[in-house]
Design a protein around this ligand. Structure first.
Ligand code: AHR
Length: 501
């Protein structure tokens, strides 16, 4: 007999309508994210723009609503003007954030053309490291002003007649990090972000702006950073950013599997800071959260390689356990969709990514591809809290960690409900029992499971389908009760649909 976790599926446990922009990703000029990733002229599948068709196909499967660009740390040393206009005239420059040679063959207009092909929307970032207000207002004028001014006419001379009307912009990146080019104190950044926000909005009043929060919850300035930055920017920004990456330390798998608890703590803390500032300012406006970098990853910032174009970076293989942790992070995000309106899994191709490629060769899906894919495809509509009551295990960092975690989504249009759940138990399968009386006229149509006998197994170019989801789960619904077995260390997707008479 396996241990039992209980859930309640009830329409009144609604968290919020899910903003489709929580299904976002991130493309940075880093490693082979752009060159050899989404862009590789000469590749057998490349189109007339040099965009890899095989990568585009996988990206489209993910149904990403937004993609953040061009960085990341990269943006803090980037002159966006280097990446527009005739390609043969674009300068080669040293890229200092990750130590590479940037050829600028791919820039803003190529990215916008790629977004169109991928069926996604851009989330742009401006450089507040080496630059400031002036470059920021100019890029908005270049992108969004119709015509008749220097920057808008420059865009038109580059063959882009219609203004892009890019709505969502990040005011810099991780400005609290000492590694950041042009790193600033919270006071310095808050002032600059506020003035930049004002001037960008003077060019286009419809923008939505994201101020930089902390790079992670371990930063010494966290969460004072957010309080100071919001004190400066409250009335001129819409979102504060959160970033978080979680690594698997040797011998610490139980702790690794619990890391979504840290993510949830961080989310709750930053909501508190936003609302404290709202009260302090007697404001009627609410600042929401943009979790615009999240993933599973061992951070290694040391980079002593020789100068070269698109050197491989962050190309490690993700394992099954990484995918389960990734799925639990996705669940944490969905549990807070009342305040998280934007989220970007970081990054999209080759760099700590769900999609991998070989230059000139094939592409394949890492294990973490699947939870993102399932959530994006089946997790639309409204998010519902499941009131999970699960047996727990002890962890020094988190005390009591529930073996089972989960969330549900209801898509009213398609009359479908999906439960996303992880089993963190390293030894045993668990039974999930649900009170689903409120959905008695629904039936289980599929129980997808991602698991493996070897929790450190993953997918490689030689063996791309080593760890893939199977529709072999045993979830059933009977007389208002759901029963399902969740294998040890697994990601589960239980799909239900209203019975047709
Ligand atoms: O995604 C890799 C890097 O991680 C990004 O450039 C930076 O924002 C973060 O520290």
């Amino acid at each position: 007999m396996s241990e039992v976790a209980k859930i309640t599926l009830h329409p009144e446990l609604e968290i919020a309508e899910i903003d489709p922009r929580v299904y976002g990703s991130f493309v940075e000029h880093l490693g082979r994210g752009v060159y050899g990733g989404i862009y590789e002229p000469g590749h057998p599948t490349a189109d007339e723009n040099g965009f890899r068709g095989d990568v585009l196909e996988l990206v489209k499967k993910l149904r990403l609503s937004i993609v953040r660009y061009p960085g990341g740390n990269f943006v803090s040393g980037y002159n966006w003007e280097d990446g527009v206009g005739p390609v043969e005239k674009r300068p080669r420059k040293l890229e200092l954030a990750f130590r590479a040679v940037e050829t600028n063959q791919f820039g803003l207009n190529e990215f916008m053309a790629w977004c169109k092909k991928a069926g996604t929307l851009p989330m742009m970032a401006v450089n507040l490291g080496t630059r400031g207000l002036d470059a920021a207002r100019n890029i908005v004028e270049y992108c969004n002003h119709p015509e008749g001014t220097y920057w808008s006419d420059l865009r038109r001379s580059h063959g882009i007649g219609e203004a892009y009307k890019i709505k969502l912009w990040c005011l810099g990146n991780e400005m609290d990090g000492p590694w950041q080019i042009g790193h600033k104190t919270a006071e310095e950044y808050g002032r600059l972000a506020n003035e930049t926000a004002k001037v960008m909005r003077q060019v286009d009043r419809d923008l939505e702006l994201v101020a930089c929060g902390s790079s992670n919850s371990g930063m010494p300035t966290y969460p004072d950073w957010e309080a100071t930055v919001l004190d400066h920017t409250y009335e001129h920004v819409d979102y504060i950013s959160l970033h978080s990456y979680y690594g698997h330390e040797k011998g610490q798998t139980g702790n690794f599997l619990a890391k979504s608890l840290d993510m949830e703590n961080m989310i709750k803390t930053i909501i508190a800071v936003c609302d404290y500032t709202k009260a302090k300012k007697r404001s009627r406006k609410t600042i929401n959260l943009s979790f615009d970098e999240w993933n599973v990853w061992f951070a290694d910032r040391a980079n002593k390689i020789p100068w070269s174009i698109a050197p491989a970076w962050g190309e490690s293989m993700y394992t099954l356990v990484d995918a389960v942790v990734f799925g639990s992070l996705m669940i944490a995000l969905l549990k807070h969709t009342d305040r998280i309106k934007i989220a970007c899994q970081s990054e999209m191709v080759n760099v700590i990514a769900p999609i991998m490629t070989k230059n000139g060769g094939p592409c394949w899906r890492q294990t973490i591809f699947y939870p993102l894919f399932h959530a994006s495809v089946y997790g639309r509509g409204r998010a519902l809290n499941l009131n999970v009551k699960s047996p727990v295990y002890h962890d020094d960092e988190f005390d009591a960690v529930p073996f089972i975690d989960g969330v549900a989504t209801v898509d009213d249009e398609n009359e479908s409900v999906t439960i996303f759940a992880v089993n963190r138990n390293l030894e045993e399968k668990m039974t999930l029992e649900g009170d689903v009386r409120e959905f008695a006229d629904y039936k289980v149509v599929e129980h997808i499971i991602l698991t493996s006998d070897d929790i450190m197994a993953g997918n490689t170019v030689e063996n791309p389908n080593n760890v893939i989801p199977q529709s072999n789960g045993d979830a059933t619904m009977d007389a208002g009760k759901l029963t399902a077995t969740l294998p040890r260390v697994s990601w589960n997707v239980i799909r239900m649909e209203r019975k047709r008479s």
